[in-house]
Design a protein around this ligand. Structure first.
Ligand SMILES: Cc1cc2nc3c(=O)[nH]c(=O)nc-3n(C[C@H](O)[C@H](O)[C@H](O)COP(=O)(O)O)c2cc1C
Length: 210
């Protein structure tokens, strides 16, 4: 039995392709894994705050030295990290915005990538001071794009700061088993979009059946 954390990052509702496909994924997952449990978080509709000065002071002060103010400043982040660490499998629906991720999802990442909680900082002369702490997890990312051609070798490959960024930041905390599912050509609609949706749906069906 596994626990899944499902997050939608699109601010759109019914019109969101990433949302519709994460919903398909979850429906199929529940059929294949009826005993698994799921936590849902809607970042697109209910954004988490950006980090601020009090948050930074709290994050870099040992918890036993926290004043009530610092404790309060980091409370939501602690809850988000607890929720993140409780999951074995992640399903994130994340649009491409200006070649990267929506700022709401970046705010979430800044809340959960935490020294001492999801990554250890151990300075030494020997080499890399960072040691990832989130190990043995699996992640699925459904990415919606208006255009296409962002894959390696594609006409916009060098402008893609979405998949490479997510691979880097989640790899930094230890999550290396990441599968991307792309739904593209939302801006074109018609046959191009229909083909992309069908391809994404087929990929979801085969991934969930594994
Ligand atoms: C602010 C904004 C920026 C966008 N930037 C890009 C982009 O850089 N590349 C792209 O292909 N599509 C871009 N799009 C189109 C979205 O990626 C596309 O509409 C996608 O389907 C949105 O996800 P959703 O359907 O889950 O809401 C952008 C849309 C918005 C609203």
């Amino acid at each position: 039995m596994a626990h899944l954390l499902h997050i939608d990052a699109s601010p759109r509702g019914e019109r969101s392709h990433s949302r519709r496909l994460t919903k398909d994924f979850i429906n199929q997952w529940q059929q294949q894994h009826p005993h698994d449990t799921i936590t849902y978080r809607d970042i697109g509709r209910h954004p988490v705050p950006h980090v601020d000065e009090a948050w930074i002071a709290a994050a870099f002060t040992p918890p036993e030295q926290h004043t009530p103010q610092l404790h309060e400043a980091i409370r939501l982040s602690d809850q988000l990290v607890d929720e993140f660490l409780a999951a074995d499998v992640y399903l994130f629906g994340i649009p491409m915005y200006n070649f990267s991720i929506p700022s709401g999802f970046k705010a979430y990442i800044d809340q959960i990538v935490r020294v001492g909680r999801t990554v250890a900082f151990e300075p030494s002369d020997a080499g890399n001071a960072f040691r990832p702490l989130v190990l043995g997890k699996k992640m699925f990312i459904i990415e919606a794009r208006g255009d296409s051609g962002f894959q390696p070798g594609g006409r916009y490959a060098q402008m893609n700061y979405h998949d490479p960024y997510l691979t880097t930041v989640f790899g930094f905390i230890g999550i290396t088993d990441i599968t991307f599912i792309h739904v593209e050509n939302n801006e074109y609609g018609g046959q191009k979009l229909a083909e992309s949706i069908a391809k994404a749906q087929a990929q979801i069906a085969s991934l969930v059946a594994l």
